[in-house]
Design a protein around this ligand. Structure first.
Ligand code: HIS
Length: 393
């Protein structure tokens, strides 16, 4: 007996049906246009990469990687991130290209998730990387582009939170001696589990002052005044990075986006390649970040080309969820014809298509249920021969 076909999909995998696919397609083309207008060039990298290169450098936790073996027994991974593959390309095939490079991508990425998590394990990212430019102008361009893209697709109330991995590192190095405490507190920060963080800090045997400094980290959120509070926490060697952020804020003023930006020094990413500022973009009424990014000044070096870089990725799926329902209507027209009028019907369809219309050309004999079928279209033209001449289907 043959086994029944399986209709289930692997955990975290989704089908995208026509209405959502169309809506995504529209958003994607708006975003791509803007990215190209800012001078970025799109490229594509493969879905499969070697575990030893991209798998390791992408800094996604091992248990989240989809792994498989190639015919030679080498371990491959389904691309868990696109920043690391781009670092690979820029350090190899593009190694003669002078810096800075402005590159962009639109690709699905794969991260296996816990069953209960309910988040997709395959999701689409559109991102940009500005490689080989260490200036604060590059940082500001990336943040401003991120805001411009969110605004372009109608998310005018977007807000960007900016932090710096160096600040948290400096504070933790000052206070914590055990690596496991550092790891746990970092995890609480990137999971935004502030209750867990506070609880753990209170259970460490620290001086009252150090406990207060670690707890104060969670309050370091807001406008420019936050920089002074961060300074007051007194993490060693953090003055230059606070000055860097202060300067970035001034440069962002030039782009007119200052009011969209605030600081959050407790911000942390699960991706360990970040070395400087990191940021996340939000919109009201949607609880997940729509985009994330940051500076990663050492990643390219692991592929053999020294270059400082910064970039971000927008999660197309989160953007779609955050946007109000598009109300996209089906703009297809339909011509229903009898076989004797096929040529005329085809000519009419082609004329409409040349004018930019989407046209379904349908033999009347192939329709299951006329009413149901025609409801899909914005308009229907019937080209029917009243005395059917009985051509077989
Ligand atoms: N690759 C990062 C986003 C990013 C792009 N460039 C820098 N950071 C992510 O998947 O979250």
């Amino acid at each position: 007996m043959t086994k029944p076909l399986m209709f289930e999909k692997p955990v975290g995998m989704r089908d995208t049906l026509p209405p959502l696919y169309d809506a995504k397609h529209n958003i994607r083309s708006v975003l791509m246009n803007s990215i190209v207008q800012w001078g970025y060039s799109f490229l594509q990298t493969p879905a499969l990469e070697y575990y030893d290169t991209v798998g390791v450098t992408s800094s996604i936790a091992d248990h989240q990687l989809f792994k498989l073996l190639d015919a030679e027994g080498q371990t491959l991974v389904l691309r868990p991130d696109v920043t690391a593959p781009i670092a690979r390309v820029v350090s190899s095939i593009m190694k003669k290209e002078p810096f800075p490079l402005r590159l962009a991508y639109d690709s699905p990425v794969y991260r296996s998730l816990q069953k209960e998590g309910g988040r997709p394990a395959e999701f689409e990212q559109m991102g940009v990387e500005l490689i080989g430019d260490k200036t604060s102008s590059a940082d500001a361009e990336i943040v401003a582009l991120m805001i411009a893209l969110l605004e372009e697709i109608g998310l005018r109330d977007c807000k960007i939170a900016i932090g710096h991995v160096g600040f948290v590192d400096a504070l933790f190095t000052d206070i914590l001696s055990k690596e496991e405490d550092v790891d746990l507190l970092l995890r609480y920060l990137y999971e935004k589990n502030y209750v867990g963080y506070t609880h753990h800090v209170k259970n460490l045997s620290l001086s009252a002052q150090n406990e207060q400094r670690l707890l104060a980290l969670l309050e370091l959120k807001g406008g420019k005044e936050t920089l002074k509070k961060a300074q007051a926490i007194g993490a060693q060697n953090s003055s230059p990075l606070l000055a860097e952020i202060d300067h970035l804020f001034d440069v962002l003023n030039m782009y007119g986006v200052q009011e969209k930006v605030s600081f959050d020094f407790s911000l942390r990413s699960h991706m360990s390649y970040y070395t400087g500022i990191i940021f996340e973009g939000y919109t009201a009424n949607y609880g997940f970040p729509l985009c994330r990014g940051g500076r990663y000044d050492h990643l390219l070096q692991t592929f053999g080309r020294v270059a400082k870089a910064i970039g971000f990725a927008l999660s197309i799926d989160d953007v779609m969820e955050a946007l109000p329902p598009s109300g996209i209507q089906n703009k297809q027209e339909c011509i229903i014809y009898s076989p004797s009028l096929r040529r005329e019907a085809y000519e009419k369809a082609q004329a409409l298509r040349r004018n930019g219309c989407a046209v379904v050309l349908q033999d009347v004999r192939g329709i299951d249920e006329m009413d149901h079928f025609t409801r899909r279209f914005s308009s229907v033209t019937y080209m029917l021969d009243t005395h059917q001449e009985g051509e077989s289907c």
